[in-house]
Write a protein that binds this ligand. Structure first.
Ligand code: ATP
Ligand code: MG
Length: 597
């Protein structure tokens, strides 16, 4: 029997890859963290069977022996929250990578601990409460400038409440110094811990009526999601998932970015670690890392760590959401997490579900996506005080084997996310990027966002979008006819539609992530470019109706002028578009006159 003194300590009776079993663990809880073996590797209890506990271990278990100790730590896997999270790069269990590297070199040693936050750094704290004030979870105790452009709101932790007995004066303090005390003796610092598998509380979910703008034309126009919504980006090997996640991190309208890289190949992660710290924030000109937290698995961490990293990431996201920020979390790729679940489940000898994934895959996926949303933050209600709101948007990459979207991870994620941005191997192969397939992709948010677009986007946004979608639809139908009976079956008017659709694809939908001028497209440019292509179509259609030959119309150099508008940056585009449209009208007018003469 476990003694009452000291932590519960059992002994290793089984080691199976990332899964271990220990006997004499009576009293340990599900989800509790254990230290495994002489190296003290971190693990999490995932099943209890009498006095035997099964745990998944976040580090490589090789070199451990049966009989070594397993020590329960008393708490579930938690993250430490407070100023200093931004700019950090963590592994899945919130160990700062730079500290781990310092202590053990590039190949990170096992069983290491490292403080998640810098305990010696002093932060300039400005109090926002007074002695005698009643406070509860979520109330802002004070603010700290966390980075140049961003205030950190130090909050009363959820589930804590009371009357302020002392509050520290404005000044510089470390995260572990007492900043306030409640009358019941509760001491508050700038940090608190939160278990990653438990969603942080909020007052209520709010309708999402504002779009999550990505600066990517095909997404913002055809398949927009809401701030607080979620989308998945399924795509086979090399179709552009990571580029999409990076583009969105860089240009989206969320204030905070949480980027979770749970890859498996070492070089996948090296990409993130090399690129991200060098990205410039288009909003400030400073480093994007100033409003980013990176969570990446290191290559010597086994599968279980991938699960930890997505939960660590989303908890960090919720924490900034609770401060009133809009947060976007990128997860690349969620399939790696699902594969980890599958591996652990099979080692536990659970009954497998579809394609070997555990039967609880869909429940886990749903619970996870459920943590997104736009919310009213918890805080005490004072009359006249404006309710603080925050949002957490999730863009999850999915890597279906062979690009087959009918597999369980894609299907389960699709059911619980409102946006489906399907990447297409054929498009990627023909270098149509981003390779978002316009027939397969969808967004369930458009209807709710329409009023926002009507009010804030350039006039005609919704109408032009619909015309663009319809044009591509007609294109698909006509292509089928061409395939069946050949191009001669088409009339000139129909050929013009094929041509217009081709321009929509090449000029509007394609967007080069590596072009300084086109990587980001403002709403003005996005709308303006679609409008330009559709105006081109309408002008050509009118000329065709007035006896101008189709060949003459399409051979006119104005077509290239319209197409080249894409190459201008958002400001340059706005300055030039009207002039090109004037030229277009004049050119078509001239063709009509020539034809009549
Ligand atoms: N928007 C884009 N503009 C230009 N090139 C792109 C774009 N998207 C993808 N590419 C090209 O496709 C390549 C592969 O993209 P990426 O690495 O994002 O694919 P992936 O789906 O993440 O691959 P993996 O399955 O290996 O994770 C990029 O290196 C780049 O050359
Ligand atoms: Mg990738």
């Amino acid at each position: 029997m476990a003694e009452n003194e000291g932590p519960i300590t059992g002994k290793l009776v089984r080691i199976s890859g990332p899964m271990i079993a220990a006997d004499d663990m009576l009293g340990v809880s599900m989800g509790e963290i254990v230290r495994v073996g002489k190296m003290g590797l971190m693990g999490e209890v995932i099943r209890i069977d009498g006095e035997t506990a099964f745990a998944q271990v976040y580090e490589d278990t090789s070199g451990m022996y049966l009989g070594e100790p397993v020590v329960a730590q008393g708490d579930p896997l938690s993250v430490e929250l407070g100023p200093g999270l931004l700019t950090q790069t963590y592994d899945g269990i919130q160990r700062p990578l730079h500290l781990l590297k310092e202590s053990s070199g590039d190949f990170i040693g096992r069983g290491l601990s490292a403080d998640p936050l810098d305990y010696s750094k002093k932060w300039t704290f400005t109090p926002k409460v007074t002695v005698g004030q009643e406070v509860s979870g979520g109330d802002v105790l004070g603010t700290v400038p966390e980075t140049e452009h961003l205030d950190h709101f130090v909050m009363v932790p959820p589930l804590v409440s009371g009357k302020i007995k002392t509050i520290i004066a404005a000044g510089d303090y470390t995260v572990n110094e007492q900043i306030a005390e409640l009358e019941d003796g509760t001491v508050l610092t700038m940090t608190h811990k939160w278990p990653v598998k438990r969603a942080r509380p909020f007052k209520k979910k709010l309708a999402s009526t504002e779009p999550f703008i990505t600066g990517q034309r095909v997404l913002d126009s055809f398949f927009p999601i809401a701030l607080g919504g979620s989308a998945i980006v399924p795509g086979g090997f090399g179709t552009g998932k990571t580029v999409v996640e990076h583009q969105i991190s860089k240009y989206c309208n969320a204030e905070i970015i949480i980027y979770v890289g749970c890859g498996e190949r070492g070089n996948e992660m090296a990409d993130v670690l090399d690129e991200f710290p060098n990205l410039t924030d288009p909003k400030t000109g400073g480093p994007l890392m100033n409003r980013t937290v990176l969570v990446v698995n290191t290559s010597n961490m086994p599968v279980a760590a991938r699960e930890a990293s997505v939960y660590t990431g989303i908890t960090l996201g919720e924490y900034y959401r609770d401060q009133g920020y809009s947060v976007a979390m990128m997860a690349d790729s969620t399939s790696r997490w699902a594969e980890a679940l599958r591996e652990i489940s099979s080692r536990l000898e659970e009954m497998p579900g579809e394609e070997g994934y555990p039967t609880y895959l869909s429940a886990r996926t749903a619970e996870f996506y459920e943590r997104t949303g736009r919310i009213a933050c918890i805080e005490s209600e004072d009359e006249g005080k404006e309710q603080r709101t925050g949002s957490l948007t999730l863009v999850g990459a999915v890597s279906p084997p062979g690009g087959d979207f009918s597999e369980p991870v894609t299907q389960n994620s699709m059911r619980v996310s409102g946006g489906f941005w399907a990447l297409d191997a054929k498009l990627a192969y023909s270098r149509h990027y981003p390779s978002v397939n316009w027939n397969q992709s969808f967004s369930l948010y458009f209807h709710d966002l329409d009023p926002w677009f009507r009010e804030h986007a350039p006039a005609g946004w919704t109408e032009r979008r619909q015309q663009g979608v319809d044009m591509l639809q007609k294109d698909t139908e006509l292509q089928e006819i061409v395939q069946l009976v050949g191009p001669d079956a088409l009339q000139d008017a129909e050929r013009l539609i094929l041509e217009a659709a081709r321009m929509i694809k090449e000029v509007f939908l394609q967007q080069n992530a590596f072009s300084d001028d086109d990587a980001y497209s403002s709403l003005d440019k996005t709308h303006g470019l679609l409008d330009a292509v559709l105006t081109f179509y309408e002008e050509c259609q009118a000329a065709l109706g007035r006896d101008v030959q189709l060949e003459t119309i399409l051979g006119h150099p104005i077509r290239e002028e319209v197409a080249r508008l894409r190459e201008l940056n958002s400001d340059g585009f706005v300055a030039k578009k009207d002039a090109v449209m004037e030229q277009l009208k004049a050119a078509m007018q001239k063709l009509v006159e020539d034809a009549a003469a």
